[in-house]
Design a protein around this ligand. Structure first.
Ligand code: PKZ
Length: 202
């Protein structure tokens, strides 16, 4: 699988602008005519991109010294669905990254939707075990929501490999906002044979 030397700046830029767009869509009180005008502009941009559509998303690129899944919906700097994760550090079975989620991720009022909290943690445990040399898929994820996870502020996402038994791989993780743990996870993953060695990089 080819790995790009870096995330193309234009892809990062496009995804960032779409994230802003999504945030404004959920906050705007613009009149109906302006909503329709914006919808037409967006349709134009979509049509432009569709003229050069790939069959599959482009996957891996280097970013800040690490291989990232460029279009992952959680960490991907090129995917506007992803918050994304930044400042990734992953080595020896431990990972840490930062994510800032906008109001577009709201679940309970003023707080991040629990499904997105779980997505961050699922991704984090996958990252942690991959950088322990055991690329694996989650088969069980238990999340304890300790307090509301705020949006609009930096969240520290951490996870670590805690052991393995046969093909089962174990990991824990947590999200920290303003020095307080908001959610904790424990996960069981199953090691996948035959994944490319690149997925074992930090
Ligand atoms: C690629 C990009 C790279 C980018 C650069 C690197 C970045 C790298 C980080 C990326 C991070 C991504 C993070 C994404 C995180 C997801 O999104 S993971 C996706 C969500 N998970 C899935 O889709 C998995 C769905 N499940 C499956 O496909 C199948 O269960 C699996 C995983 C293939 C395993 O099936 P299987 O091979 O038939 O194995 P099976 O015999 O059922 O189970 C194996 C063992 O696990 C146990 N087990 C199975 N299920 C359970 C369970 N629920 N509870 C407890 N034990 C269980 C079994 O009892 C068995 O134990 P033993 O008998 O061996 O002791």
């Amino acid at each position: 699988m080819p790995v790009l030397a870096e995330v193309p700046a234009e892809r990062r830029e496009l995804a960032a602008r779409v994230r802003e767009l999504v945030e404004e869509i959920v906050h705007t009180d613009a009149p109906a005519a302006d909503l329709l005008t914006a919808a037409e502009w967006i349709a134009g941009a979509t049509a432009l991109l569709r003229t050069a559509r790939r069959d599959r998303p482009m996957l891996l690129a280097h970013d800040g010294g690490y291989q990232v899944s460029m279009h992952s919906p959680v960490e991907g700097p090129g995917n506007p669905l992803a918050p994304p994760m930044t400042g990734l550090v992953a080595a020896d079975g431990e990972m840490r990254a930062t994510a800032v989620l906008s109001g577009a991720y709201e679940g309970p009022p003023g707080r991040v939707h629990g499904g997105w909290v779980a997505a961050l943690l699922d991704h984090a445990v996958g990252r942690a075990v991959a950088c322990a040399g055991l690329p694996a898929m989650t088969v069980s994820l238990t999340v304890d929501y300790r307090r509301g996870t705020p949006y609009g502020v930096p969240l520290t996402v951490r996870a670590r490999f805690t052991g393995s038994e046969g093909r089962r791989v174990f990991a824990t993780g947590e999200i920290v906002a303003d020095g307080e743990v908001t959610a904790e996870a424990s996960a069981i993953l199953v090691a996948i044979r035959g994944l490319p060695a690149s997925t074992q990089d930090g």
